[in-house]
Write a protein that binds this ligand. Structure first.
Ligand code: S3P
Length: 428
C-alpha cells in the first residue's frame, strides 16, 4: 500500500477532462449485456469498479471487445446469460453487486456474488428484501451482507415499492428485476435520487415513465442494442471544482461533464456558498452535458437545503474540505447514508480533518465544521477512493504538506487523478 505526499499550491489553472461517468458506465454495461445486438460504449469509466462490472458480464458468457476508448458488448438477450463457473467478484463496487442482484434475480441464473472486505460489510438486505417480494430467491450471509447467493428463477412479479431510504442502487436493482417481471413495476421515491437507469432504459428501447415521485415500468419484452457516449463523471469533476474555488488565483475549465440535475447538488450548494462557477451546456446525449468554468472564490458556510443532500450524496468528503476552508461554522445533518459507503465517510473525514487541525464535531448523522486554516500532517484513505481524493485537495490548500496513506484506492474511480494533478502543476 503506497502513500502520497501532497504539497500546497499557490494557484491551479488549466483545462481538465475527467473520466467517463461511473454510474452510467455500470448501467450501460449491464443493459448492453441483456440487449439484442452489439452496443458501443465510448468514453467508459476505466476505474476498477466498472471493470468489475465488465468482468461480471463476461463471466456470465457475454462477449466484449475492449479498447482504451470504447467497449463493444455483444448482448445475449434477457435469457441468454449463462451460469458462471465461479463466484462473481464485485471487488469494492457496491453498484456492481446491487445492480447485478436485480439483473440476475429473474434471469434464470444460479450464482454467488462476492466482494472485498469493505463490500462484504455493506448492507444488502435493502436490495434483497424488495427483490424477494418480487419472487427472487436470494440468500445473504447472516441475512445481511455478501456473499449473496441467487438461485435460478424465471418468474418474477412486478411490485409497487415505496422506497424506505433514498438509494439509486436499490431503485435500480428493482427496475432491472422489473425487466423480467410478468406484471408492471412501480417505485415511489419521496426523495429524488440519480435517474441514470431510467434515462438509459429509454436508449435501449424500454418504456419507463416518471410522474411526480412515481416511476412506472410496464412489462418489458426486449432491449435493443444502442451506442452511448458516456459524459465525464461529475463526481470526479467535483474534486477539481473545489480545488479551483479554494486555491488562490485559480481558474479551471472542466470539459464535457455530465450535468444531470439528479447528480449536481454540489454545484447548487457551492453556488449558495458564494462560488464563482459558470456553466455552458453543450449537448444532451445521453443526458445533459456541459463545461464548467471555475474561478477562486470566497466561500461562506451555509445551511444546506435538505433536498440537495441526495443529489450530492457522493460529494460530501470534498464538500467537508470546502466547508473547512470556508468562512463560518456549518452544521450538516441528514448524512446517515454516508456511514454505509465504501467506509464510514463521516468518521473517516472527522478523523482526517481533525489530524489537519480543523475543528470538526461528529454527529450521528452529520458534522459541525468550523472554517479556518488547514495544516499539514498524515491522514489515511480508509480504503475509500473519495476520501483519498478529498484529502489530496485538502493537501493543496494546507499550510504544509499532507501525506495520504493507502492512496492506491484512487484507482477505483479515477486512475489518472495524479497524472492530471501533475500536469496542472507543470502548467501553473
Ligand atoms: C450509485 C448510487 C449511490 C452512490 C454510489 C453510486 C449508483 O449509492 O453513493 O456511489 O450508481 O446508483 P446509494 O444508492 O447507496 O445511495
Amino acid at each position: 500500500m503506497s502513500s502520497k505526499k501532497i504539497f500546497p499550491m499557490n494557484n491551479i489553472a488549466g483545462q481538465i477532462t475527467v473520466p467517463g461517468d461511473k454510474s452510467i458506465t455500470h448501467r450501460a454495461i449491464l443493459l448492453s449485456a441483456i440487449a439484442s445486438g452489439c452496443s458501443e460504449i465510448t468514453n467508459y469509466a476505466n476505474g476498477k469498479d466498472c471493470l468489475s462490472t465488465l468482468q461480471l458480464v463476461q463471466d456470465l458468457g457475454v462477449n466484449v471487445e475492449q479498447s482504451s476508448e470504447q467497449l463493444r458488448i455483444y448482448g445475449v438477450g434477457k435469457y441468454g446469460l449463462k451460469n458462471p463457473l465461479n463466484a462473481l467478484d464485485c471487488g469494492n463496487s457496491g453498484t456492481t453487486m446491487r445492480l447485478a442482484m436485480g439483473l440476475l434475480s429473474g434471469a434464470n441464473i444460479t450464482c454467488k456474488l462476492v466482494g472485498d472486505s469493505s463490500l462484504s460489510t455493506r448492507p444488502m438486505m435493502r436490495v434483497a428484501r424488495p427483490l424477494q417480494q418480487m419472487g427472487a430467491q436470494i440468500i445473504l450471509k447472516n441475512a445481511q451482507t455478501a456473499p449473496v447467493s441467487i438461485l435460478e428463477q424465471q418468474k418474477l412479479e412486478g411490485i409497487c415499492y415505496r422506497m424506505p431510504i433514498a438509494s439509486a442502487q436499490v431503485k435500480s436493482a428493482i427496475l432491472l428485476a422489473g425487466l423480467y417481471a410478468q406484471t408492471p413495476t412501480t417505485i415511489i421515491e419521496s426523495i429524488i435520487t440519480r435517474n441514470h437507469t431510467e434515462t438509459l432504459f429509454s436508449m435501449f428501447g424500454v418504456t419507463c415513465t416518471h410522474s411526480n415521485n412515481q416511476i412506472n415500468l410496464p412489462i418489458t419484452q426486449v432491449l435493443k442494442a444502442t451506442n452511448i457516449i458516456i459524459p465525464g463523471d461529475f463526481s470526479s469533476a467535483a474534486f477539481w471544482l473545489v480545488a479551483g474555488l479554494i486555491i488562490e488565483k485559480s481558474s479551471l475549465n472542466l470539459m464535457q461533464v455530465g450535468l444531470n440535475p439528479t447528480r449536481t447538488g454540489l454545484l447548487q450548494i457551492l453556488q449558495l456558498m458564494g462560488a464563482n462557477i459558470e456553466i455552458e451546456m453543450t449537448h444532451q446525449h445521453p443526458e445533459p452535458v456541459g463545461n464548467i468554468y471555475v474561478r477562486t472564490s470566497k466561500l461562506n458556510n451555509i445551511t444546506i437545503p435538505a433536498h440537495l443532500i441526495s443529489l450530492a450524496i457522493d460529494e460530501f468528503p470534498i464538500l467537508f474540505v470546502a466547508a473547512a476552508y470556508a468562512k463560518g461554522t456549518t452544521e450538516i445533518r441528514g448524512l446517515a447514508e454516508l456511514r454505509v459507503k465504501e467506509t464510514d465517510r463521516i468518521s473517516a473525514m472527522v478523523n482526517n480533518l481533525t489530524a489537519l487541525g480543523v475543528k470538526i464535531v461528529e454527529l450521528d448523522d452529520g458534522v459541525i465544521i468550523e472554517g479556518g486554516a488547514i495544516r499539514g500532517g498524515t491522514v489515511d484513505s480508509f480504503g475509500d477512493h473519495r476520501i483519498a481524493m478529498a484529502m489530496c485537495i485538502a493537501g493543496l490548500v494546507a499550510n504544509s504538506p499532507v501525506t495520504i496513506t493507502n492512496i492506491d484506492v484512487v484507482n477505483i474511480s479515477y486512475p489518472n487523478f495524479f497524472k492530471t494533478l501533475d500536469r496542472l502543476k507543470h502548467e501553473c
